[in-house]
Ligand binder design. Structure first.
Ligand SMILES: [Mg+2]
Length: 367
C-alpha cells in the first residue's frame, strides 16, 4: 500500500473536521485553507495561548491507549490549561508527525481515523474548531522506536487559543494566607486506571457521555472548562491551576507563584471511586501524586461563597493556605504540609510523576 502523502492527509483532516472549513462565525474568522487562520476575540477580551506536545510512549502508549483516547488526551491537556485560567476556547491547531508505516498500512490509517475521532468528539463537546496545523513524516531512527511496527513514533503538537475578559484571567499567583483550598471532581483516578490498562483496553471507545470521567479518568479525562469559566465569571477564585502533574506538584506551583504555604487534610481528599479497592496508603499516594487528573485546584477567600458543585462537578475543600516561612525559599522547605488521618503533620514534597518516563520519574515542565 502506498503511503498517503501530505496533501491527502490534510484533505483527510479537513474531511474529519468539517467545522474547520466554517469561517466567518464566532471567534474563528478564517480556518484551514489559507496561510494563516484569523481569530477575533470578543470585545474587551484578551487572547490566551497554551501548547502541549503529546509524544507516543511518553504521553500515551499505542499498546494500551485506544487511538480515540490518544486524540482525546492530546486535546484535553490544553483545554485543561485554558480551564485553569477561566478562558473560553476559541480554536485549536494540530501539528502531527507520523511514522511512514502508519500512513502505509490499513491498520495505521485506521489508527489515525480513530485518533481524529477522539479529538473531534472532545472538540465538538467544547465547540472548539480545528483552525489549522501542519503534518510531517516523523523520522525513523536507526534502531527504530517502540511504535506499533517498531519503526517510528507518533508526535502530536496541540496549540489552543482561548479568550478571557481583559485582566480577569485566573492565575496561579493571586492566593493569600487564610484562603481556603478546593479541588473539582475526584483525585487519583487517572493513575489508578493507568495501572490497570492492558492490551484489551484498546477496545474502549469514547464513552457516550464523555462528560462523565468516573469510568475512564485516564483514557478520557474531562477538562473542567465550564467550572473555570464560572469561577472567573463569579469572581470566586483568588488563584487556580489545573492538576496535570499531581496535587503535590501543582499545589507547590501555586504556592510558589502566590508566595504562600498550604495545609492539606488527608481526610478531606476526594478519592476517585477507582481507588476504593486499594489499601489506604496507596490510594492516598495516588490522589496526592498520581497526576493527569486534569481537575482544577483553586483557592478562595473564606468569605467567598463557593458552591458544592459547579456545572455538575463536585467541589471539595481540601485545606487552606498559610503564611510561608520567611526562610522557605532559601532552605527549600516544602510549601505543603499534609495533615494525616491521625492528625500528625508531615511535609508533602512535590512527587508528581511522568508515567512513561524512563529516568527519575520526575518531569520538567514549562507550564
Ligand atoms: Mg496547566
Amino acid at each position: 500500500m502506498k503511503p498517503i502523502g501530505e496533501i491527502a492527509l490534510i484533505e483527510q483532516i479537513r474531511r474529519e473536521f468539517p467545522t474547520a472549513r466554517r469561517s466567518g462565525s464566532g471567534a474563528l474568522r478564517l480556518g484551514i485553507g489559507d496561510d494563516c487562520a484569523i481569530l477575533r476575540p470578543p470585545p474587551g477580551h484578551e487572547v490566551l495561548v497554551t501548547t502541549d506536545f503529546t509524544l507516543e510512549s511518553r504521553h500515551f502508549d499505542r499498546r494500551l491507549h485506544p487511538p480515540e483516547s490518544a486524540g482525546h488526551r492530546a486535546l484535553a491537556r490544553g483545554l485543561s490549561d485554558l480551564a485553569a485560567m477561566g478562558a473560553t476556547p476559541m480554536a485549536v491547531f494540530l501539528s502531527l508527525a507520523l511514522p511512514p508505516d502508519l500512513l502505509a498500512s490499513a491498520q495505521g490509517r485506521a489508527w489515525l481515523r480513530r485518533f481524529f475521532h477522539g479529538l473531534r468528539a472532545l472538540a465538538a463537546l467544547h465547540r472548539v474548531p480545528l483552525a489549522g496545523g501542519d503534518t510531517s513524516e516523523s523520522p525513523v531512527g536507526a534502531r527504530g522506536g517502540p511504535g506499533l511496527d517498531n519503526t517510528g513514533l507518533i508526535l502530536a503538537d496541540i496549540v489552543l487559543v482561548g479568550s478571557a475578559p481583559s485582566g480577569k484571567a485566573l492565575r496561579r499567583s493571586g492566593a493569600s494566607p487564610g484562603d481556603l483550598l478546593y479541588v473539582t471532581g475526584h483525585l487519583g483516578g487517572a493513575a489508578a486506571e493507568l495501572a490497570g490498562l492492558t492490551p484489551s483496553s484498546l477496545r474502549v471507545k469514547t464513552p457516550r457521555n464523555a462528560l462523565d470521567p468516573s469510568r475512564h479518568p485516564q483514557l478520557f479525562p474531562v477538562p473542567r472548562v465550564e467550572v473555570g469559566r464560572t469561577l472567573l465569571r463569579r469572581n470566586l477564585a483568588s488563584a487556580a491551576i489545573d492538576l496535570s502533574d499531581g496535587l503535590s506538584t501543582d499545589l507547590a506551583h501555586l504556592c510558589r507563584a502566590s508566595g504562600v504555604a498550604a495545609e492539606v487534610e488527608e481526610t478531606l481528599l476526594p478519592l476517585h471511586p477507582l481507588l476504593r479497592r486499594l489499601e489506604a496508603p496507596r490510594a492516598v499516594n495516588l490522589a496526592l501524586n498520581g497526576g493527569e487528573d486534569y481537575e482544577l485546584l483553586f483557592s478562595a477567600p473564606p468569605s467567598a461563597r463557593v458552591p458544592r458543585s459547579i456545572a455538575g462537578v463536585s467541589i471539595t475543600r481540601i485545606g487552606r493556605l498559610t503564611k510561608q516561612k520567611p526562610d522557605a525559599r532559601k532552605t527549600g522547605a516544602p510549601f505543603v504540609t499534609l495533615i494525616q488521618q491521625n492528625a500528625v503533620k508531615k511535609p508533602l514534597k512535590p512527587a508528581g510523576w511522568e508515567h512513561f518516563s524512563t529516568n527519575s520519574g520526575h518531569k520538567s515542565t514549562l507550564s
